[in-house]
Design a protein around this ligand. Structure first.
Ligand SMILES: [Zn+2]
Length: 227
């Protein structure tokens, strides 16, 4: 069995930092939750939404799945894990924002791209990521000569738009957006630099919201620093 001791030590650390007689946060959290946003992120271990947004407990209602996808609204007898989380966040917690949080180097989107070549994508994964099949097809049609890497990066962004459109198929999401009570955001996180882009529907592009990390360049001797 793998050693899970480090997780236990983590829980002890967390306890020491956040609990105790004087912890106002712990007291408030037991009263209930009032997160501002629902964040729909990927399961990828490298893009933990609470960590990369430096959020506290209670700030974000987080839904994670393979490739941060939202299926279209479908009212039938199936088990709807994603839709029930969206319903709880929107109708009960009344969040003011929904963030679809895509990321670079996404394995789920990689599987979606491979499925176009007829490659095996697992028992459940292939069907799940096919939610964004229209994004993949658009990318392959518009940039057939690009490298597979660039096609995948483009599909990661395009699939965020599919999820945003699918969110609008939920009647109670559509209603609240129309009334100005709810805002939808498409964010794209570069996991190698920490750069964050957001989709601007006016320019129809992903624009930089937070610059990526770049190591400081050593200053050249005698050079003037730019103002
Ligand atoms: Zn991913």
């Amino acid at each position: 069995m793998a050693d899970v001791t480090k997780f236990l030590a983590g829980i002890e650390n967390f306890q020491q930092q956040h609990f105790g007689e004087n912890s106002e946060l712990a007291r408030n959290l037991t009263k209930g939750q009032k997160p501002q946003a629902l964040l729909i992120g990927c399961c990828d271990s490298r893009v933990d939404p609470a960590l990369v947004t430096d959020s506290s407990q209670g700030d974000l209602f987080i839904l994670r799945n393979i490739a941060n996808l939202v299926p279209p609204y479908l009212n039938n007898d199936d088990y709807h894990g994603v839709s029930s989380a969206i319903e709880y966040a929107v109708c009960h917690l009344e969040v003011s924002d929904i963030i679809v949080f895509g990321h670079s180097n996404c394995g789920g989107i990689g599987a979606l791209m491979k499925s176009a070549q007829g490659e095996e994508t697992g028992e459940f994964i292939g069907k799940w990521v096919s939610i964004a099949a229209s994004a993949r097809d658009k990318v392959l049609q518009e940039m057939p000569d690009e490298t597979t890497q660039n096609q995948a990066r483009a599909c990661e962004k395009e699939s965020i738009l599919v999820s945003l459109r699918n969110l609008m198929t939920f009647p109670w999401v559509r209603e609240r957006v129309a009334q100005g009570q709810l805002s939808l955001h498409g964010w794209y996180y570069n996991l190698s630099t920490g750069q964050l882009r957001h989709y601007n529907p006016l320019t129809e592009t992903f624009e930089i919201l937070v610059k990526g990390y770049s190591p400081a360049q050593p200053e050249k001797q005698g050079s003037q620093s730019a103002t």
